[in-house]
Design a protein around this ligand. Structure first.
Ligand code: GDP
Length: 300
């Protein structure tokens, strides 16, 4: 994680870029906080997280605890960790819940299918038997793409034809996993319908159908968001959370042009667990989110 994240966030990335101009001097520059504010906002941290961080630092300056740039760096690190550590909660699959039902939701293009493929492979490596449910029945390509991931990772998939009822595909997968004694079902879901309203209705319906089988399922509703879309990612998180209730988030494409601040915005606004980060297109490019490593890569 450290190496790939440093590689990803290094160079052109937000807080690390020209870090020297902000942190190298002995004495605190007058405009250091202003400069930091600009960088945070440009990195998609959003107003709320940025303001929260600046207020923290301002209070420390007021209390005389920040006099040098080194101290500013230390306090910034502390504040960032305070924001992120409580939500860096890895997904744990309890052994007593079988099958464990994981819904993966998100709008088209964010990397949902890829993330499902990576997750399937990861859980299989952990020794769990996984069944994929091709619940995004509205896009023929989605089923095909998921089937390719299934073949690649040697994880079985249950699918029906295009236009099949998504809830029934997922319900069948759960029944099948039960009958076969499998450990978990990872269900893909639609990423786009005619309207946003339809999409949320569909997701609610799937949830209701599954809950007839198990009142406490799905055990995890994981939202996939694309870090390169900035504040859109936060808006999606809010909308999905209001509609079906999320239990975790995976943030993809942190290896790209994303500046990574969106994690701070999500943390400050929603405090939802961040489970994984996507750092590339390959099967192993999915890492458990670790706040400390992340913060270290941000401020060097
Ligand atoms: P979906 O429409 O949400 O199912 O998105 P896909 O899984 O098809 O992914 C869309 C594109 O994003 C594909 O080209 C993926 O290879 C790419 N992608 C997914 N996750 C990542 C990531 O973490 N990093 C990068 N660089 N690309 C990713």
């Amino acid at each position: 994680f450290r190496t790939s994240l440093n590689k990803s966030l290094g160079g052109d990335s937000w807080l690390t870029k020209d870090i020297g101009t902000l942190f190298s001097g002995e004495k605190l520059r007058d405009d250091a906080l202003e400069e930091l504010e600009t960088r945070l906002l440009m990195a998609d941290a959003g107003l709320e997280a940025t303001q929260w961080l600046l207020d923290r630092l301002q209070a420390e300056i007021g209390a005389g605890r920040i006099k040098t740039e080194k101290q500013l760096r230390e306090q910034l690190k502390k504040a960032l960790l305070e924001l992120l550590q409580p939500i860096a909660k890895p997904l744990k699959i309890p052994a007593f819940i079988r099958p464990y039902i994981l819904f993966v939701v998100g709008v088209n293009g964010v990397g949902k299918t890829t993330t499902i493929g990576k997750l399937a492979s990861r859980f299989k490596k952990d020794g769990l038997s996984v069944l994929l449910a091709a619940g995004d029945t509205f896009r023929a390509a989605a089923v095909q793409q998921l089937t390719t991931w299934s073949e690649r990772s040697g994880v079985p998939i249950l699918s029906q034809g295009e236009g099949a009822d998504s809830a029934s595909v997922i319900f069948d997968a759960v029944q099948s996993a039960k009958a076969r004694g499998l450990d978990m079902v990872i269900a893909d879901t639609a990423g786009r319908l005619h309207t946003q309203h339809h999409l949320m209705d569909e997701l609610r319906k799937i949830k209701r159908v599954i809950q007839k089988h198990d009142a406490y399922a799905p055990h995890e509703v994981l939202l996939v968001v694309d870090a390169t879309t900035g504040q859109n990612a936060l808006n999606q998180a809010i909308q999905f959370h209001e509609a079906i209730g999320l239990t975790g988030i995976a943030v993809t494409k942190l290896d790209g042009t994303a500046k990574g601040g969106i994690l701070l915005a999500i943390a400050r606004r929603m405090a939802l667990p961040i489970r994984y980060v996507g750092l590339g297109e390959a099967v192993d490019d999915l890492e458990v989110f670790d706040a400390e490593i992340y913060v270290e890569s941000l401020i060097g």
